[in-house]
Structure formats: C-alpha cells, structure tokens
Design a protein around this ligand. Structure first.
Ligand SMILES: Cc1cc2nc3c(=O)[nH]c(=O)nc-3n(C[C@H](O)[C@H](O)[C@H](O)COP(=O)(O)OP(=O)(O)OC[C@H]3O[C@@H](n4cnc5c(N)ncnc54)[C@H](O)[C@@H]3O)c2cc1C
Length: 414
C-alpha cells in the first residue's frame, strides 16, 4: 500500500471512530460494531470481519483508537493463536462460527497441545480421537494448558491414525471445553500463580466437521499455531480503560481482570530489564564495577534482541513467511531473561529471595527469579530452538531417528 493510501486509511479510521465510538455502549455492542466495520481486526480478510489491510498499518490505526480513547478488539494470546490458525486452515463453516466471536470476546480459547509424555515431542501425542460414525470421541490428557480454566473452546491436537508415522496420524480439532467429558484441574506454580491446567478427556465429543485442515494433517496446522506463538501477530489493542468512566471501559477493565489474570507474571518472566538500572542506582550497587559490567551486558543483549524483534516485525509487515527469526528471537529472549535474573540477584543479594511486600521491590525481584525459567520452556524449549536453528538454518545433520514407521510400534512410556 502506498504512503498516500496509508494516509487515507488513517483518515478513514479517524472519521469512523469519531462517528461511532461511544464509551456508554456495552463492550459487546461496541465490538459488534468493530466486527461489522472491519476496524477491530483490519488486517483480516474483508470476508472475515476485517478490511484486508497490511499488518504494517496496524500501529497507525491503533494510534487513532488510543487518541480518541476507544477500546480495541478482544485479544489475548490464545484467541490470537486461534484466529491465525483458523484463518489459515479452517473451513468457511468453522470460520463463520468462531472468528467474529473472537473479535467480540464472547469466547475464550486455550491451546491443548502438550501432554505428560509429549511436550517437545508434540508429534508423540497419544490423546486419541475416534470417529464413531456420527462424531469424534476424545480420550486422554493434556497438561500446561494456559487459560484452560477460562476457555470456551480448545485448539486440540489428537491422534486419529495409529498406523501412520507419528507426524501423519494427528488431526487438529476445535473442542468445546464446556462439556461433561472435559475436566480442567489448575496447577499451582512455584511463583504462586496458577495459570496452567491439566485437562482430562473422558469420552469428550467433537462434531464430525470441527476439524481444522484435513484429517491426519494436524501436524502442519499445529506448526502454524506454534510459529505465531514464537512471532505473535499484533492486533488493534486500543486505549487502556484504566481510570476512565463509561460502560465500555468498566466492562473492559473487568475483562482484563479475568482474561489477563493468567498473564500477570509474564513481565517478570521476561526478566524486568527495565528495573535493572533504577535498582542499581537506588541500592548503590552501581558503584560495584562487576555489577556495572553485568548490567552493561544485559542492556546490550536486550537492545540487540529488540532489534531482532523489529527485524521480525518488519518481515511480517511486508508479508514474508515465518523464517528462522522466530526461533532466534525466542532463544535471545531466554538469554535476556536469564541475564536479567542474574543481575537482579547481584543487585539484591540474599534479599532477592524475600517474597511478598517486604521483599525488594515489593516482592517483584523474588517473583522474577522464580518466573524466568518459564521463558526457556514455554512455546518450545531453548534446546528445541537450537535444534531448529542447527538443522533448518545452519543445515547441520539431523539426529538419527528411531521413531519412523507406524506410531503404534514406536516404543514409548505407557
Ligand atoms: C509459561 C508456559 C505456558 C505454556 N502454555 C501451554 C499451553 O497453553 N498449551 C500447551 O499445550 N502447552 C503449554 N506449555 C507447555 C510447553 O509447550 C512445554 O512445557 C514445552 O513444549 C516443553 O515440553 P515438556 O514440558 O514436556 O518438556 P520435555 O519435552 O519433557 O523436555 C524436558 C527437557 O528435555 C529437553 N529436550 C527434549 N527434547 C529434546 C531434544 N530433541 N533435543 C534436546 N533437548 C531436548 C528439553 O529442552 C527440556 O530441557 C506451556 C509452558 C509454559 C512454561
């Protein structure tokens, strides 16, 4: 899109917001207008509640929302993952049923991939889905499922062919979480939060055609979800509802309180680089040359990682397919978080272990130390990112495989 057209788009969204934004609407009424107009997800196709605009225009469109104080479309991680996956692979019937409700926030989603015996080895999933002639019957267990306790629907990878090689016997489904065959049990983490769950399926049911992509072609669809987890697509978040009056703001605050609760510790998980220098000054630790050196290392790493993220975002804006920068960025993020955790430990000393309001920075430092390890695990571990970079980017030889042939013959834990 040319610069002139970009200016036209900004003028169009500004005029539309001026004519339609009203903080006294309910959140659902407002977001229904966003879905009808295409301004909630302007980068989605026009057929599916978008305006078919390039992703690179999203920041400028978002600025207009912020200027007028309009809240944006509903967007939390799992909803975004669901929408990108459905847009790319689902039938029109599934898109028609779910996409609009993702924008309005009527449905919450979760990702049902990992299992006790298959996290990194996602293709080894043993949760099964069997077709009984009318619908799919699901049995098995998933684990580490963020937000499953709030979700209405799950993105499920399940085995549908035990005689095919392991990557070729998986199917990607949409599963209704609000049914008696689905049991969600929260897990408490060492940082005190409970954002994940175990999810058990006992004869859970899925309608015959709630398949995303084709039967037994779920691996490729799961790769789309994971690629976006490593390089998330942005949406129009709009203005923060904090401290503002109006029905839409009040309901947006409520929504954030509930939907964002599992993600409250995510800034700490990333290491809180922003706190390093202020805390070094505040505590006097910056007089120590070793600590200064470690802070310089942290800020350098962090700056370089931001540049890499900007390169990835630029590639996304010009419509380039997902490349190695997703894995590189994820690995770099882990290194930054670990170095930040190290720096916070150096600055606070043994006090860093004090939790709660009496601990340094009201317990935030302790929360950083016990949250950072998650960065190296979520969305694919550091070792898996290194394997991807080694094999797909550097062209190194792959590990010899002992898991070819029919899945049912591959040795695995019971
Ligand atoms: C914050 C967070 C949120 C998450 N949210 C979700 C979610 O919403 N939905 C979901 O389904 N899952 C979720 N997960 C789970 C996550 O995807 C898995 O934890 C991750 O894929 C690793 O799998 P695992 O825990 O089974 O570890 P394992 O796969 O058992 O790995 C154990 C160790 O072995 C190493 N390892 C494994 N295979 C190899 C290999 N081939 N080469 C070298 N080293 C290897 C790993 O790097 C790791 O150090 C989440 C995890 C976290 C931390």
């Amino acid at each position: 899109m040319s610069e002139a057209n970009a200016a036209d788009v900004v003028a169009a969204v500004r005029a539309w917001l001026a004519a339609n934004w009203n903080a006294d609407l309910s959140l659902l009424e407002w977001r229904t207008q966003l879905a009808d107009s295409g301004w909630g997800m302007p980068h989605w196709p026009t057929q599916w509640h978008g305006r078919g605009l390039p992703v690179k225009l999203l920041p400028a469109i978002n600025d207009e929302f912020v200027k007028i104080g309009a809240v944006g479309a509903a967007a939390t991680g799992p909803r975004i993952l669901a929408s990108v996956t459905l847009l790319e692979h689902a039938s029109d019937a599934i898109k028609g049923r779910f996409l609009r409700r993702i924008i309005t926030g009527e449905d919450g989603w979760c990702q049902l991939f990992s299992e006790p015996g298959s996290g990194s080895d996602l293709a080894g999933a043993t949760t099964r889905a069997d077709f009984d002639g009318k619908e799919w019957i699901v049995n098995g267990q998933k684990v580490w499922n963020t937000s499953a306790h709030h979700a209405d629907y799950g993105l499920l990878v399940a085995r549908t062919d035990w005689d095919a090689p392991k990557h070729q016997g998986l199917t990607y489904f949409v599963l209704d979480m609000r049914q008696s065959g689905v049991q969600v049990l929260p897990l408490k983490q060492m940082n005190g939060h409970a954002s994940f769950n175990q999810v058990f399926f006992t004869d859970a049911k899925i309608p015959a055609d709630w398949i995303v992509g084709a039967k037994n072609a779920g691996w490729g669809v799961a790769m789309t979800t994971l690629a976006h987890e490593r390089r998330p697509a942005t949406g129009v978040a709009g203005a923060s509802p904090d401290g503002r009056e109006g029905r839409a703001y009040a309901q947006a605050r409520e929504e954030i309180e509930i939907a964002n609760e599992p993600y409250r510790w995510y800034p700490q998980r990333a290491g809180r680089v922003d706190l390093a220098l202020p805390r070094a000054k505040e505590t006097g630790a910056w007089h120590d040359p070793v600590i200064r050196q470690e802070i310089a290392k942290l800020l350098t790493l962090s700056r370089c990682t931001n540049w890499m993220a900007r390169r990835a975002a630029a590639a996304q804006r010009i419509g380039k397919p997902q490349g190695p920068e997703g894995s590189l960025g994820k690995l770099a993020g882990s290194n930054v978080a670990r170095q930040a955790s190290h720096v916070h430990t150096l600055i606070s000393g043994a006090d860093a272990m004090l939790t709660g309001k009496d601990g340094p920075h009201e317990g935030i430092i302790a929360e950083i130390l016990v949250s950072v390890p998650a960065t190296s695990i979520a969305g694919g571990t550091d070792e898996i990112q290194r394997n991807i970079i080694g094999e797909r980017v550097l062209g190194l030889p792959k590990d010899p495989r002992a898991d070819t042939g029919p899945f049912r013959d591959i040795p695995r834990n019971a």
